[in-house]
Design a protein around this ligand. Structure first.
Ligand code: GDP
Ligand code: MG
Length: 175
């Protein structure tokens, strides 16, 4: 029996969040299953692609990562343009990065509006004993802005697949 290939939905996903929270590490873990202990903020702005099959549907993510310009809060409109998903990352050991994540969400809403699936991610849960951001507070905040919330460790490969799968489902549902 001939079964047609599912048509592929393409979606742009942008990473947001302060420098050193682990954005690049999360993408590299997800797409290449690699982890690097060094922080290389001068890497080129880039995107990596990943295709997922979700039931009968297929989605191709273009995941955009910054080149470190987030430190100057100057990502610019091209970075956000046509994004259908956003992953806003903070470091669970750095309460300031959580406060800043809220600013990134405001910026995202101002530029893109409400028509985007947003996932807020508390990274570095392998450092749980140094946690300074309450899990409950982050969950409550996420639901108050219509976002989902995940905890991850790019280092230990925890939660990373789950967050992109959930985000992809939310993007497909909105289509
Ligand atoms: P970015 O500036 O947000 O892209 O952050 P990077 O991905 O460059 O990571 C910044 C630093 O945090 C690097 O030294 C990484 O090795 C480290 N890092 C990233 N993710 C994790 C994690 O899940 N756990 C731990 N312990 N360190 C991490
Ligand atoms: Mg980076």
């Amino acid at each position: 029996v001939h079964r047609p290939r599912p048509s592929t939905v393409k979606a742009k996903v942008v990473l947001l969040g302060e420098g050193a929270v682990g954005k690049t590490s999360i993408v590299l873990r997800y797409v290449e299953n690699k982890f690097n202990d060094k922080h290389e903020s001068t890497l080129q702005a880039s995107f990596l692609q990943k295709t997922l099959n979700i039931g009968p549907r297929r989605i191709q993510l273009a995941i955009w990562d910054t080149a470190g310009q987030e430190r100057f809060h100057a990502l610019g409109p091209i970075y956000y343009r046509d994004a259908q998903g956003a992953v806003v990352v903070y470091d669970i050991t750095d309460v300031d990065s959580f406060t800043k994540a809220k600013n990134w969400i405001k910026e995202l809403r101002r530029i893109v509006g409400d028509n985007i699936a947003v996932c807020i991610v508390g990274n570095k849960i392998d450092l749980e004993k140094h946690r300074t951001v309450s899990h409950r507070e982050a969950e409550d905040y996420a639901s108050s802005v219509g976002a989902t919330h995940f905890n991850t460790s790019a280092k230990q490969n925890k939660g990373v697949q789950e967050l992109f799968l959930d985000l992809s489902k939310n993007i497909l549902e909105s289509k």
